[in-house]
Design a protein around this ligand. Structure first.
Ligand code: FAD
Ligand code: NA7
Length: 541
């Protein structure tokens, strides 16, 4: 039976970002359950609480980087810029939480250290880092895809006398003005932070391992007419977003790259370059850049030509020019390549000239140069998708740990559930859609809420997906991913950014629209692939 010093809930949610917030709303206010959400952060917002580095910006456009479920808020909240930056998103999410009076059911600064399923009473027991225990029938993990940080270890790191920051643990008191700053990493985050801090630091040294294809983001204020037009059409916009593949709020192209003349191709790329947006450049221009080598090469060449044009020093331009596939998360920036024309910015190619060690004064590279630094920034990304799962002791039936269950790489049935972990629902679990994320998060939250509602209505004690359906879902995800060039590029999307991490499929690349159709058909067929168990007369499993 449930102990007396344990506080009991119907549902426990881990995480208070976009996912956890909406999940709390659904379960508490629509299903009337007793729910508590926990987050180890000192504030709500998830990603946008943690990532406070200069330049942090969502590159999903403002009108699709918000909650569609709060239709009133969609009308009330001002759209003033084409994209929203970290402070804007954080204040939006705080406003949403207060608007729905959710704060009182969110416990902050509390990390979940373990979650153990007790099969005899079909309940989860959750322990926190402050020594308390809680239990719940349902456990919802909204732990974030890009949340557990990747901090590579360099020789001598502990000797460094300056400050070291990972971009996702950016301290409020960080001072960069006039300082000698080094940045390791040139992914989406690296490009943003490098471009933002170059004008304020004394000297900036960029340690680049892989050069990046990036296009202008095209941020700026928007007109009142633009915002009004979106608000007038919001219902139609959301419908389109939900049935699209990428959920970014633009019409995905259906034209093959090679079907147009070279001149027309260049014009289309140029228009996209001027219009701005990384996903737009890759998916609004043509329909095959991510799947066809020749098409991909055409896009690469266009960007390489831009680098040649923008970057004045030919040696720096050469180092900045990627030669591999354009098949990582498409990036966009606010003047990244041009930043390297600044006299206070230098570029070190750490593939040609590796980091040997971190010294008391800075970073020493293989050529013997010691790059003296006051601040070293790690823009080295995340242990994506399953990173936070491995950092909690999660145990399902028969004490099986999630680490063992996922020893060959994480798996799921429909991203939201995994066998042996009954009544555990994952928001953005492995093998979910690769999209602009809020619409996918909403899709998953609504589906989970529907299933929990179904279980409550039918007095079911327990749900668990069929392992064979889970295996099949993994095969489907693999097959789709293998049709794309993304599978051949090394990035976090396939777990290739962390030494020793299983390089496998982590996403359903079939798109949100098709994913939603699959979910609807599963639901219509009495939750095909899920096993349920009813309550015994005693109320036990
Ligand atoms: P998160 O916001 O990551 O929240 C997860 C929460 O779980 C965190 O607050 C964390 O503290 C908490 N947590 C984890 N483990 C525990 C534990 N053991 N105990 C207690 N709490 C725990 N997506 C886009 O669609 N478009 C973008 O332009 C975009 N830009 C991004 C830029 C950056 C710099 C980053 C890092 C991510 C970006 N993303 C973007 C992805 C972004 O993560 C999602 O859009 C969205 O914010 C995810 O929300 P979430 O609620 O699923 O997870
Ligand atoms: P990314 O895209 O994983 O980028 C991390 C960067 O750090 C990338 O340039 C890496 O080089 C580099 N890196 C990682 N480890 C090292 C070591 N050991 N030495 C040198 N350089 C290293 O993370 P981001 O935070 O930029 O973006 C992740 C997502 O979060 C992004 O898509 C947004 O959606 C938000 P590599 O390319 O691996 O050679």
């Amino acid at each position: 039976s449930v102990g007396t010093d344990i506080i009991n809930y119907d549902a426990i949610i881990i995480g208070a970002g976009f996912g956890g917030i909406y999940m709390l709303k659904k379960l508490r206010d629509e299903l009337g359950l007793k729910v508590r959400a926990f987050d180890k952060a000192a504030g709500i917002g998830g990603t946008w609480f943690w990532n406070r580095y200069p330049g942090a910006l969502s590159d999903s456009e403002t009108f699709v980087y918000c909650f569609s479920w709060d239709r009133e808020l969609c009308q009330e909240w001002d759209i003033t810029t084409r994209y929203v930056d970290q402070p804007q998103i954080l204040s939006y999410l705080n406003h949403a939480v207060d608007r729905h009076d959710l704060r009182k059911d969110i416990q902050l600064e509390t990390a979940i250290t373990s979650a153990v399923f007790d099969e005899s009473i079909t309940r989860w027991f959750v322990s926190t880092d402050d020594g308390h225990q809680y239990s719940a029938k349902y456990l919802v993990t909204a732990l974030g895809l890009l949340s557990a940080t990747n901090v590579p270890k360099f020789k001598g790191q502990e000797k460094f006398k300056g400050k070291m920051y990972h971009t996702a643990h950016w301290p409020a008191d960080a001072v960069l003005d006039g300082k000698r700053v080094g940045v390791i990493g040139t992914g989406s985050t690296g490009c943003q932070v490098i471009t933002a801090i170059a004008p304020i630091v004394g000297h900036l040294t960029v340690f680049q391992r892989s050069p990046q294809y990036t296009v202008p983001v095209g941020n700026g204020p928007v007109s009142r007419e633009y915002a009004d037009e979106i608000k007038r059409n919001y219902d139609a916009i959301w419908n389109e977003v939900r049935s699209s593949r990428l959920a970014f709020g633009f019409k995905e192209s259906n034209i093959p790259t090679m079907s147009v003349s070279p001149e027309e191709r260049k014009e289309i790329f140029q228009r996209a370059w001027e219009g701005g947006g990384g996903f737009r450049f890759m998916f609004e221009t043509f329909n095959d850049i991510a799947v066809d080598e020749q098409a991909n090469f055409a896009a690469q060449e266009f960007i390489r030509d831009k680098i040649k044009e923008i970057v004045k020093d030919p040696e720096t331009a050469r180092k900045l020019m990627p030669r591999d596939l354009y098949a990582k998360r498409p990036l966009c920036d606010s003047g990244y390549y041009a930043t390297f024309n600044r006299p206070n910015v230098s570029l070190v190619d750490v593939k040609e000239n590796p980091i040997e060690e971190i010294t008391a004064a800075g970073v020493r590279t293989a050529d013997g140069v010691e790059h003296e630094l006051d601040v070293l920034v790690f823009a080295t990304g995340f242990d994506a998708v399953d990173g936070n799962y491995k950092r909690i002791d999660i145990r399902g039936r028969n004490g099986l740990s999630i680490k063992d269950h996922w020893s060959d790489g994480p798996s799921s049935y429909l991203s939201m559930s995994t066998s042996n972990f009954p009544n555990m629902f994952m928001i953005l679990g492995p093998n979910g859609p690769f999209t602009n994320l809020p619409p996918t998060i909403e899709t998953e939250v609504e589906w989970v809420s529907d299933m929990i509602g179904f279980m409550e209505e039918n007095e079911l004690a327990c749900m668990e997906p069929d392992p064979e359906c889970e295996r099949q879902w993994g095969v489907t995800c693999r097959e789709i991913a293998d049709q794309t060039l993304f599978a051949r590029a090394e990035s976090w999307i396939f777990g290739a950014n962390i030494p020793g991490k299983t390089n496998t499929v982590y996403f359903y690349m079939g798109g949100l629209g098709p994913f939603r159709e699959i979910l609807a058909s599963v639901q219509n067929e009495d939750y095909r692939g899920f096993k349920f168990k009813g309550l015994s007369p005693s109320g036990n499993y």
